[in-house]
Design a protein around this ligand. Structure first.
Ligand code: PLP
Length: 402
């Protein structure tokens, strides 16, 4: 028997955050013939499949009962200790119990939203901003305000002004090889951001999944290391881009009270991150040299970035500009007026190539001429072919801003 009463409606926040028409267009790009610059996928052929498989085998051979059992919410002690040591050698002294292991750094964002945000609270984000952070803060009912910046990242003076005017709970930033722009915030601006937070009382959420993927230039210290930031910065890390995203392993480093609140929120969300993945990662970090692996990946990613940089002048209309990231996975393009990359996407995709339009990354007024390209997933040859297709897709088009 079927019932005729309608089921209750979805929560208002679902409609408020909504889906994305771009997502539907990009679903088509799963076709194998498409050169997909839209995804944010690490190159799968560079995963250390052997090493990771060996770590899982060892864990199952030696600790099967523990690996398959429930575990503590805070995370496996050996993994926390190995991750903490990686912070300490990079200039941010960290104890194992100063970290909370999360199911990817994406979960850390949700936990922070739960622990810090009331509906209606204000969140400042850099402009443009990582899309899924905008969604997470949107689901929490936050009022999201964009902080302007330039090719070097967020403008600390604009940040200071907005912190005073908007009284936000937190400022969210990806200071190194940002998603979507690839840009990196210089040291002086990091110091200025720390000082703004110290003077005006705001949490800094420093999301750093890409920082280890540096191909050239000098590492810039985390914002968390600058004076004033110590007691008010949450640093998010992830093994997704340096080991494998399918393991879903991330972490957050936060002052004790906030870390404990996040642990309680995590308990409600998933009890704990899968034990077997944590033990395998801890085993990998103990037995292998992750830094050497990342160095090998960076060499290949650099060649791919260079292939993309070499092909862009011929692929893009005259007057276009683009970023030149020193690492990470993404490059940001601005087409001249009046190109609209959202309007152009369906017909570009007909040429079997895809990008992500820049508009959805904006919390403020979108810059409709922008787009994001991921340069790490394809070989240099495939990148060359993809850019030739992009040139055709853009050349046959009216610029089309409606
Ligand atoms: C800036 C940023 N933060 C967080 C994440 C989430 O990563 P994960 O949950 O795999 O650690 C991503 C993934 O693309 C990202 O680009």
């Amino acid at each position: 028997m079927t019932s005729s009463s309608p089921v209750p409606s979805l929560a208002a926040r679902v409609a408020a955050v909504g889906g994305s028409p771009v997502r539907d267009i990009l679903a088509v790009t799963e076709r194998p013939e498409v050169v997909n610059f839209a995804g944010g996928l690490p190159a799968p052929e560079l995963f250390d499949t052997e090493g990771i498989a060996a770590a899982y085998r060892d864990v199952f051979a030696e600790l099967p009962g523990r690996a398959l059992q429930y575990a503590t919410t805070e995370g496996d002690p050996a993994l926390r200790s190995a991750l903490a040591a990686r912070h300490t050698v990079r200039g941010l002294p960290t104890a194992a119990d100063g970290l909370l292991v999360t199911t990817g750094s994406q979960q850390a964002l949700s936990l922070l939203a739960t622990a810090l945000l009331e509906p209606g609270d204000t969140v400042l984000v850099e402009e443009p901003c990582y899309l899924a952070a905008l969604q997470t803060f949107g689901f929490a009912g936050a009022r999201i305000v964009a902080v302007p910046g330039d090719g070097d990242g967020v403008d600390p003076d604009a940040l200071a002004e907005l912190v005073v005017r908007e009284r936000p709970k937190l400022f969210y930033t990806v200071p190194t090889f940002q998603n979507p722009t690839g840009r990196t915030l210089p040291a002086a601006r990091r110091a200025a951001v720390a000082s703004v937070a110290a003077r005006h009382g705001v949490w800094i959420v420093e999301d750093d999944p890409y920082g280890e993927l540096r191909f050239e230039g000098e590492r810039v210290p985390w914002i968390a290391t600058y004076p004033g930031a110590e007691d008010r910065t949450v640093l998010l890390g992830s093994l997704s881009k340096v080991m494998a995203p399918g393991m879903r392993l991330g972490w957050l480093r936060a002052p004790a009270a906030l870390r404990r609140a996040c642990a309680v929120a995590k308990q409600a969300a998933d009890l704990h991150t899968p034990t077997v993945n944590q033990l395998a990662a801890a085993r990998y970090l103990a037995d292998r040299d992750l830094d050497a692996h990342v160095a090998r990946v960076a060499v290949v990613y650099r060649e791919r970035r260079d292939a993309m940089l070499a092909g862009l002048p011929d692929a893009l209309p005259r007057g276009s500009t683009w970023s030149r990231p020193e690492g990470g996975m993404f490059l940001w393009v601005r087409l001249p007026e009046p190109y609209d990359t959202t309007a152009l996407l369906p017909r570009v995709v007909e040429h079997d190539v895809a990008y992500v339009p820049g508009a959805p990354f904006h919390a403020g007024a979108p810059d409709r001429g922008t787009l994001r390209l991921c340069f790490v997933t394809q070989t240099p040859e495939e990148i060359g072919e993809g850019l030739r297709r992009l040139a055709k897709g853009l050349a046959g088009q009216p610029p089309g801003r409606g």
